[in-house]
Design a protein around this ligand. Structure first.
Ligand SMILES: [Zn+2]
Ligand SMILES: [Zn+2]
Length: 552
């Protein structure tokens, strides 16, 4: 009898930050851990979101027993509205995570079909050959869990996103005793969060932020505007607590922030003393030093409430001189440009702006090196796979594992699509499956391929040249000089000689193409090649060249 083998296949989140998705497969059973999205990088022009390619799962749909979600951040649940309808399997999560998932699904009208199952932290459930147990981990939102997965080959621990804050604001600290227990029992494989594997020491406690907020609420001469992620429930709680202490009332601004806080209040994950939350129509006449706004926009998202307030484009709230604005979030890589523009805009309007570079208004939710080492020491896994991070994070995390005694050949640095096969004795990377980015642009999902992105990049870098070629309908011969229209390529006045020369060049090559009317595809290629070369020689640029034929 052959022993069952277990396959670990990351479909997202390894070799990049975001769109976390991990597949575990044992014979006829598959479970999927997290279904996240990624915000586009600056060079993915015009793309709204990036989600994982799930071709591998779609080919094996009947084997999938369920989706398990560790917590409600976008990089773990954000692709559900797009992918859940295609997979149509139950989704297991804790209560708050389910609430956040529901808000997301509802926005995309995918809620009614969804089978959402709530499992309490500490609870267990069975999915085919897998038995999954949730254990509490501390992260920047409550009800986050790590996973203990009992499989036919051994016990697997998946950390989810975690840190070891012993004094969290809301939610529980990471359950270290449960992990130590498992470590003594014997863990086959640990998968652990690498997001902050670059940082030495320990991540500061959330309490630090609470203290900073207290000072701000006490000292700010006017209104305080705090911007953060709508999923950062513990931060929202801190703002409410601190506002209450300083007799300020709290206005929640923006749809996603309102939806999330309402849900978290209903489920009991947020507590607001009576009378502290106010409606925007109560704003009039209220003294400025009694006001706190909580809103989104920490990433400079153009449609967020903060950016609209900064641009005087918000219906109810504008930035005023004397406002204190607190940006309580880490910039997501790729968003720095937008964030900096928003900061400048706010400063220009006379607001005081506090962000993590100038005040301790945010701590992140991931463990630093000493915390990662502690987890490795407690769990004492036979095999180790660093997860959630770009290659350098994974690589540094692997080095940390080696420093606490896990042999190098028991540590596997995987990238998206790799298949790691493990048995109780050995692990090996045995192949690769389809993986990659699916782009979401406006309403369309997936029909934006890499060619579209490449074209957008080309247009943004060197502009476009349209060549209009008029030919005689009967003879197929060139009529007059070709016309050239360019945008974003060169200053058309300064370079008019050069552009003129290129018109002559096109006329010349078309005249030389013989007596018989040339094929359009031939003309097309010939014009593009010639102009490409000519323009590059003249300008060292590669504009997109688009020949057009008009029959006259
Ligand atoms: Zn997270
Ligand atoms: Zn994450």
């Amino acid at each position: 009898m052959t022993k069952p083998k277990l396959k670990i296949i990351p479909l997202g989140g390894l070799g990049e930050i975001g769109k976390n998705m991990m597949v575990m497969e044992c014979e006829d059973d598959i479970i999927v851990i997290d279904v996240g999205l990624m915000f586009p990088e600056e060079e993915m022009l015009g793309i709204d979101l990036v989600i994982p390619d799930i071709s591998y799962l779609l080919e094996r749909r009947e084997k999938i027993r369920g989706i398990v979600i560790t917590h409600g951040h976008e990089d773990h649940i954000g692709a559900l509205p797009y992918l859940l309808p295609q997979l149509d399997v139950p989704v297991y999560s804790t209560k708050l995570t389910q609430g956040l998932i529901s808000v997301k699904l509802k926005e995309r009208k995918a809620l009614s079909e969804a089978k959402l199952r709530v499992i309490p932290s500490g609870g267990q459930f069975t999915l085919g050959k897998f038995r999954v147990e949730f254990f509490p981990v501390c992260h920047s939102l409550p009800d986050s869990v790590g996973l203990i997965i009992y499989t036919p080959v051994g016990i697997i621990v998946h950390s989810g996103d975690f840190k070891l804050d012993y004094t969290p604001v809301s939610g529980k600290p990471t359950d270290l005793s449960r992990l130590a227990q498992l470590g003594a029992q014997g863990v086959l494989l640990l998968l652990s969060d690498s997001t902050y594997a670059e940082l030495p020491g320990y991540t500061p406690s959330e309490r630090v932020v609470g203290e900073t907020l207290d000072h701000i609420m006490a000292d700010a001469p006017g209104r305080v505007i705090v911007t953060t992620f709508s999923s950062l429930i513990s931060r929202i709680q801190q703002v409410i607590d601190s506002a209450a202490k300083h007799q300020r009332r709290v206005f929640i601004v923006g749809r996603s922030m309102s939806d999330t806080t309402r849900m978290a209040l209903e489920l009991g994950y947020l507590n607001a003393p009576d009378g502290i939350l106010a409606r925007l129509d109560e704003l009039k006449g209220m003294p400025h030093n009694k006001i706190v706004f909580i809103t989104t926009g920490s990433q400079g998202e153009p449609t967020s409430a903060l950016v609209r307030m900064a641009n005087r484009d918000h219906r109810q709230v504008h930035i005023l001189r004397g406002d204190t604005i607190v940006i309580s979030a880490t910039p997501i890589p790729g968003n720095e440009g937008l964030i900096n523009r928003t900061l400048d805009n706010l400063f220009k309007q006379g607001a005081q702006v506090l962000y993590s570079k100038v005040a301790q208004v945010h701590v992140h939710g991931h463990g630093s090196q000493e915390e990662l080492k502690l987890l490795l020491n407690l769990v004492k896994p036979k095999f180790f796979v660093p997860i959630h991070g770009e290659y350098r994070h994974l690589s540094l995390h692997a080095k940390l594992a080696q420093s606490v005694g896990i042999p190098k050949d028991s540590t596997f640095i995987l990238e998206d699509g790799d298949i790691l096969e493990i048995s109780p004795q050995a692990g090996k990377i045995t192949g690769k499956v389809t993986s990659g980015n699916v782009y979401v642009d406006g309403l369309s999902v997936g029909d934006i391929g890499s060619v579209v992105i490449r074209n957008r990049r080309m247009l943004s870098r060197d502009g476009i040249v349209v060549v209009i070629i008029a030919v005689n309908r009967q003879t197929g011969k060139l009529v007059g000089r070709p016309d050239i229209v360019s945008r974003g390529f060169v200053d058309t006045r300064e370079s008019s000689d050069m552009l003129d020369e290129s018109r002559d060049l096109v006329a010349r090559i078309l005249d030389h193409s013989g007596d018989r009317p040339a094929e359009w595809s031939f003309i097309n290629t010939k014009v593009r090649d010639t102009l490409n070369k000519f323009y590059y020689e003249q300008t060292k640029r590669h504009p997109m060249i688009l020949p057009f034929m008009v029959k006259v």
